[in-house]
Design a protein around this ligand. Structure first.
Ligand code: ZN
Ligand code: ZN
Length: 322
């Protein structure tokens, strides 16, 4: 089913083999005809997009511009393929472009981050195998135009604004259409799931300092200051109560922060041990997300001098400041 907004924005849901099941891409029927995000590079995703465009009397070759919210495979996976077929230029923030280009070289860094955070050897192996195989559902980008915070995106009769919202990913951008008070958020805001601030692997410099959650929370404040009636997210349903959602997410992180502190009151722990307490029974492929969540909170607690970190046997242990 294709949903329509303002008679020119069409939401097409493309399948993904992950728990969220689908990614939303948005077809903007106004020159230059634009696709916001692309879904994965799988046959199912390509066919669904082609069928969706066809039902609107368009085709893949009608795409004149591709905007990418961030460099996660479910959002940019088939961008290169669509660009090659249609000639449409790709627009993305430079940090996300760099991340996509360097990801295949960053598995070594990822391995050392996971080990350092206390993940057992066999799970590190499984997590990396999962990410490596998922990466096959996306092509790297050859050429792209860069989108910076504040950049205008012009259409025949409307202008959007690019808003950099680091956190979930360091170069994630939202697109704001002031006239209709509408915001495309990628994974910055989702209706049913609290977006996970993901560790920034290629730019990561050991030992710590991943400010992803901190950045995420300040990006939330940035969005809160905008006048918004409608949010069109990268997964799931559209959102009308943006202020309520932002409050809910902020509250959720405060509760989780308290939970992390209560876990640490039992004694020193690695981020892996904390993640296992926060998310018991998490499958191996989600270990990386669990660690990201734990470390995001630990970083903030460390900055507030509520916890400190020490190294033991090549692993980081966190403990409460007495
Ligand atoms: Zn994402
Ligand atoms: Zn996503």
């Amino acid at each position: 089913m294709i949903q329509t907004f303002f008679d020119k924005i069409y939401k097409i849901e493309l399948p993904i083999p992950f728990p969220m099941k689908t990614t939303n891409v948005y077809w903007i029927d106004e020159p230059p005809r634009t696709l916001v995000d692309t879904g994965l590079k799988t046959d199912a995703s390509f066919e669904m997009l082609s069928a969706g465009l066809k039902s609107l009397n368009f085709s893949i070759s009608s795409i004149e511009r591709i905007l990418i919210t961030h460099g996660h495979i479910d959002h940019y996976g088939q961008a290169q393929k669509l660009s090659s077929l249609s000639g449409a230029p790709i627009y993305i923030h430079p940090k996300e472009y760099g991340k996509i280009r360097s990801i295949i070289h960053s598995f070594g860094t990822l391995r050392s981050i996971l080990l350092r955070n206390g993940v057992p050897d066999d799970l590190v192996h499984q997590a990396i195998r999962f990410i490596e195989s998922a990466q096959k559902m996306a092509d790297s980008l050859s050429e792209a135009f860069f989108l910076e915070d504040g950049d205008s995106i012009s259409f025949a009769s409307m202008t959007w604004k690019t808003i950099l919202c680091p956190g979930h990913s360091s170069g994630l951008v939202c697109f704001y259409w002031p006239e209709k008070k509408t915001l495309f958020t990628g994974d910055h805001l989702l209706k049913e799931i609290t977006p996970n601030p993901v560790l920034n692997v290629p730019n990561h410099k050991p030992p710590l300092h991943y400010p992803s959650l901190k950045e995420y929370l300040s990006s939330l404040q940035k969005i809160e200051s905008l006048d918004i009636d409608l949010i069109l997210p990268g997964h799931g349903e559209e959102i009308y109560d943006s202020k309520g959602l932002i409050q809910k997410i902020t509250h959720h992180h405060q509760e989780r922060m308290a939970h992390v502190l209560s876990i640490l009151s039992q004694g020193e722990k690695t981020p892996y041990e904390i993640a296992m307490d926060l998310f018991p029974g998490v499958p191996p492929f989600e270990v990386f997300l669990g660690i990201s969540e734990a470390v995001g909170h630990l970083e903030i607690l460390r900055e507030e001098e509520k916890v400190r970190v020490k190294e033991k046997d090549g692993k980081d242990y966190y403990l409460l400041v007495a």
